[in-house]
Ligand binder design. Structure first.
Ligand code: NAI
Length: 455
């Protein structure tokens, strides 16, 4: 079998390559051992957001009295939550498989191995392509000495649980750890987080971490930061994390959320001479590996492991194969959202990164507190919009915290990606009352003319 493009892996990066390739008139094969949609659709973004929505509903019911609405939370039925979640996945999966067949992509089901720079073997079938695009994704990894099994789980098992854990311990205060800590707390669990670095959400701007820690403390979520794990042991009833400082943290479940590793082992990548580093496939900024016409997209390429990065990379690779010349992706300008309560949304450089890049004196920042934002008060949420800007120059980063601020990241993205100056944005009208107005206010403050802000 011979194609213009053979794509190995039907996750976000792979299927985006296939769909865009087909749109551009290329003859495309998409090889997938499991289900098209990959981690994002079946074990990641979509199911976790469904759970987070159920969590938001639970919180709304629990707090209904605050708004004068009589309601009582009588319980969370995980079987029904899972059914709701699966319903969302099923509908999207049906749509996606329809798209793949509708665009004329040849879907090959099976486990593929790279056997030449222009060929993937699936069982006894050799599938050749003028171009091969690798998008084999990632897996939940653990740390040395911590075996997954029994009460020690990753997000894969956490998404399948048919009960709410009572007092789960979450290892890792990054994206997955924060989202599960949030869901389980809303569902009534007593959660404790163990994070090795000095703060929760350590990749975010420090102001975001501080305010998130305050909000989590208020929600009753326990956490230890700067906490290195020495060992983990479990028995029939509990699991215990012993820290290097001698302290212990125990619970009924330990969720290991310490990052995801590239899924590249035993796929023939090394044998074909692909440049690799710690399991990741190295590429140039156009996503070429330098071996034949082999390209790589998504989580196997070092950088942010986000579905929307995979989509964009896949689209760009398909366009390059078709002879177009899309520019390389700017990693810092990929929007990032953590959907815990309160949400975190950010884009561009943190204050610390901007100062490191441009010098302490070259940067100005402003933080607009949601206390002055009408819609946020209606929602009873706290947080802020922080802008990091080059003095007299463009906006370099935006960092937001608060319920629903994930929905504001679109405007933040345009501002940073189009290198807007604060005065450009300060002229724009933001609808009242929206949370979006907080962005407008932040820029009015930066432009020296704040409206709803105390001096
Ligand atoms: P992560 O890199 O976001 O967080 C892992 C955390 O574990 C870090 O804060 C790290 O300091 C900590 N850690 C590592 N080793 C440790 C140890 N031995 N002891 C204590 N703490 C330790 O990775 P995470 O949360 O597992 O997520 C994996 C990937 O999935 C990320 O790249 C993330 O971007 C992506 N993802 C994205 C989501 C979103 O966009 N909303 C949601 C969930 C995951």
């Amino acid at each position: 079998m011979s194609f213009d493009v053979v794509v190995l892996g039907g996750g976000s990066g792979g299927y985006a390559t296939a769909l865009r390739g087909a749109q551009l008139g290329l003859n495309v094969a998409l090889i997938e051992a499991d289900k098209v949609g990959g981690t994002c659709l079946h074990r990641g973004c979509i199911p976790t957001k469904a759970m987070l929505h159920a969590a938001e509903v639970a919180d709304a019911v629990r707090e209904a009295g605050k708004f004068g609405v009589g309601a009582q939370l009588t319980g969370v039925d995980m079987t029904q939550v899972n059914a709701f979640k699966q319903g969302v996945i099923d509908r999207l999966y049906k749509g996606l498989t329809g798209l793949v067949s509708g665009r004329g992509v040849t879907l090959i089901e099976g486990w593929g191995t790279l056997v030449a720079a222009n060929a993937v073997q699936v069982g006894d079938q050799r599938i050749e392509g003028k171009h091969v695009v690798l998008g084999t994704g990632s897996y939940a990894r653990s740390i040395p000495g911590v075996e997954i099994g029994g009460r020690v789980i990753t997000s894969d098992q956490a998404l399948q649980m048919d009960y709410v854990p009572q007092n789960p311990v979450v290892l890792g205060g990054g994206v997955i750890g924060l989202e599960f800590a949030s869901v389980w707390t809303s569902f009534g669990a007593k959660v404790q987080i163990v994070e090795g670095l000095p703060r929760l959400a350590p990749n975010e701007d420090e102001a975001v971490s501080k305010a998130l820690e305050r909000a989590f403390r208020k929600r009753g979520i326990g956490f230890k930061t700067g906490a290195m794990v020495a060992e983990v042991f479990q028995d029939e009833n509990s699991v215990t994390v012993k820290l290097q400082n001698g302290e212990t943290v125990s619970g009924d479940i330990l969720l290991v959320a310490v990052g995801r590793g590239p899924r590249t082992a035993d796929l023939g990548y090394e044998a074909q001479g692909l440049p690799m580093d710690r399991g990741f496939v190295l590429t140039d900024d156009r996503l070429r590996t330098g071996v034949g016409n082999v390209w790589a997209v998504g989580d196997i390429v070092p950088g942010l492991q986000l579905a929307h990065r995979g989509f964009q990379q896949g689209i760009a690779v398909a366009e390059r194969i078709a002879g177009l010349n899309p520019p390389p992706l700017i990693e810092a300008n990929i929007p990032r959202v953590t959907y815990c309560e309160p949400e975190i949304a950010s884009i561009g450089l943190t204050e610390a990164a901007a100062k490191a890049a441009y010098g302490e004196d070259a940067i100005e920042t402003v933080e607009y507190n949601l206390a002055g934002n009408g819609k946020s008060q209606v929602l009873q949420t706290q947080g802020f919009v922080k802008v990091v800007s080059l003095k007299g120059g463009p906006v370099l980063g935006m960092h937001m915290l608060g319920s629903r601020v994930g929905e504001l990241v679109g405007e933040a993205q345009l501002i940073v990606s189009w290198e807007a100056h604060p005065s450009d944005v300060a002229e724009l009208v933001h609808a009242h009352p929206t949370q979006d107005e907080a962005i407008g206010e932040a820029f009015m403050a930066l432009a020296g003319k704040p409206l709803h802000a105390h001096a």
